[in-house]
Design a protein around this ligand. Structure first.
Ligand SMILES: Cc1cc2nc3c(=O)[nH]c(=O)nc-3n(C[C@H](O)[C@H](O)[C@H](O)COP(=O)(O)OP(=O)(O)OC[C@H]3O[C@@H](n4cnc5c(N)ncnc54)[C@H](O)[C@@H]3O)c2cc1C
Length: 509
């Protein structure tokens, strides 16, 4: 979902929904990552070995000795990048994710890799020292899976080089979505991705990647031609449909942090065309009809049409209902008219616009960057159209949040079209036959937000096939993200990571 739309959601909700987004109120162990006490390092030192100096950055540099294993100093000297320990100046910023909720989780060390060799060294060092390692790209994990208490966070953010040739984009795993679109725009090319400008290309792609082009061109992971990956044994792989095909299959939809650290992607790009946008709003009384109409749209609209249905809780206890739609042919009027005919009622407010590729990217992303934001969210994958009782229950869940003045949204993304087809080389993304994905989103991060999400899950249980791995949730069975791919993913995990080196509560088992 775009930030623009998340902001719109908050505004639509009036006073209660527009409440200032707050930091993390939850217990640190909601990450499942244990407690947050820093490692027992009494000190750290700055090394100086020439220009490509590898530094243990520390606020306390008076005693140049390290009294506890692992030997961070010698490890840091071996790198081009930097190691931040909890006492280091810069650690506080270095370990942060997008959601301030996870600021209380303290890795033993943050490794900012400067090149792929650093990534390999970090894996080998973590393995030798029995540290849990988690990769971080854009840092947007819903559950803070790219940080780990007392483990090693390896930030690949500096690996963000981009090049383009003959329709193929080569991109470092640290690039953010806006970087990718701004770069490709120069060549008249684009990529189907999500819409938040600061989401990392790595996390998004490894878990699937849904957005406005999903129905026309498939998921982000469907466009991957090959990837550079280091596995748990520190070996380098260039995976593709013909090289390590099982790993290639698993990495296209199996979710980040499971099977290795990806350092680069090669993507088959798509044309950067003008896009038609429509935004249709209906009164609350039409809400059930709009959900029914959206379901028909997801099933029967041309694959060039896409529509994101928002049902938002308003602080006065009512619902706001709108669809933000896109036509990749540029003809948004026809797509909007088709949706209205499926709903059986004209929208009470409408806007139709046409935007260039980069205008559309900025519009959907709310700009070129996005501020850190606190939220709670979860999802259900709809295996098919919801029946009348399920639609009533879904609307009831949002309505209950509205009455409780909990900022809350049910956001429905359609699948179908190209997303229903397996890409060449196959993929582990399991929801090819599904109708769409409902995201339950709240900026209330305590019990109120959790209650809304639990109510949402309960409401659509009869229609749910599982959940989307890019919208991870605490406490959910890992297999529920993988449907029919779960067993093969577990076998691939055993083959490439037999000692379960990459393990958190969210990894494949
Ligand atoms: C504001 C916002 C908007 C979003 N919009 C969309 C959207 O429109 N469409 C959509 O499909 N999803 C969307 N998402 C979900 C997003 O795709 C996932 O949260 C994704 O995992 C984020 O990737 P990241 O690299 O930013 O996060 P990170 O937190 O860095 O990583 C996520 C996971 O991948 C692992 N990982 C990171 N880098 C690597 C690597 N190099 N190799 C292997 N594993 C790695 C991490 O360990 C972690 O488990 C959105 C999320 C947010 C917060």
């Amino acid at each position: 979902m775009s930030l623009l739309d998340r902001r719109t959601v908050l505004k639509a909700g009036g006073a209660a929904a527009a409440v200032t987004l707050t930091g993390c109120n939850a217990a640190p162990d909601e990450t499942g990552a244990g407690t947050t006490s820093p490692p027992r390092l009494t000190n750290s030192m700055t090394s100086s070995s020439g220009n490509s100096v590898s530094t243990v950055t520390s606020a306390s540099e008076s005693a140049p000795t390290l009294t506890a294993a692992p030997n961070w100093n010698s490890f840091a000297r071996s790198l081009k990048g930097r190691v931040y320990l909890p006492a280091s100046s810069g650690y506080a910023a270095a370990h942060q994710l997008f959601n301030p909720r996870w600021d209380s989780v303290h890795p033993a060390a943050v490794v900012k890799a400067a090149d792929v060799a650093d990534v390999q060294k970090a894996i080998n060092f973590a393995r030798a020292n029995k540290l849990v390692l988690v990769p971080k790209s854009g840092g947007h994990s819903y559950v803070g899976a790219s940080t780990i208490a007392n483990g090693m966070q390896v930030d690949v953010g500096a690996l963000r080089g981009l090049s383009y040739s003959n329709g193929i984009l080569t991109v470092g795993a640290g690039a953010r979505l806006y970087d990718v679109h701004a770069f490709l725009d120069r060549y008249g090319r684009s990529l189907p991705t999500g819409t938040c400008p600061t989401v990392g290309v790595a996390g998004l792609t490894l878990g699937g990647g849904m957005g406005i082009h999903t129905r026309t061109f498939g998921l982000t992971c469907d466009r991957v031609v090959s990837m550079g990956v280091f596995t748990a044994d520190g070996r380098s792989h260039n995976v593709s449909a013909t090289s390590d095909p099982e790993l290639f299959w698993a990495l296209r939809g199996g979710g980040g942090g499971n099977l290795g650290v990806v350092t680069s992607f090669r993507f088959a790009t798509i044309p950067a065309t003008k896009l038609g946008f429509f935004r249709l709003t209906w009164p609350e009384a039409q809400a059930a009809a709009v959900v029914r109409g959206w379901q028909k749209f997801a099933q029967a609209a041309p694959t060039t049409a896409w529509g994101n249905l928002h049902i938002d809780a308003k602080s006065n206890g009512t619902l706001s209902v709108h669809v933000l739609g896109v036509s990749t042919t540029g003809n948004a009027s026809a797509a909007a008219a088709q949706l209205e005919s499926f709903v059986g009622a004209k929208a009470s407010a409408r806007s139709i616009t046409v935007k260039s590729h980069l205008e559309a990217v900025k519009y959907l992303g709310g700009g070129t960057t996005s501020p850190r934001t606190g939220f709670l969210a979860g999802s259900d994958v709809l295996k098919g159209p919801m029946d009348a009782a399920t639609i009533t229950a879904l609307l009831g869940a949002v309505k209950a949040a509205a009455r409780a003045k909990t900022p809350a949204s049910a956001i429905l993304d359609p699948l179908g079209g190209q997303a229903a087809k397996q890409p060449a080389g196959g993929s582990s993304w399991p929801w090819r036959g599904a109708l769409g994905v409902v995201q339950w989103y709240s900026s209330a991060q305590g019990t109120a937000g959790q209650t809304f999400i639990a109510n949402g899950h309960r409401a659509v249980r009869a229609a749910s096939a599982g959940a989307y791995v890019n919208y991870l949730e605490a406490g959910r069975a890992v297999a529920s993200y993988y449907g029919a791919s779960a067993a093969k993913l577990a076998a691939t995990k055993k083959k490439y990571d037999p000692a379960n080196f990459f393990h958190t509560p969210y990894t494949i088992r």
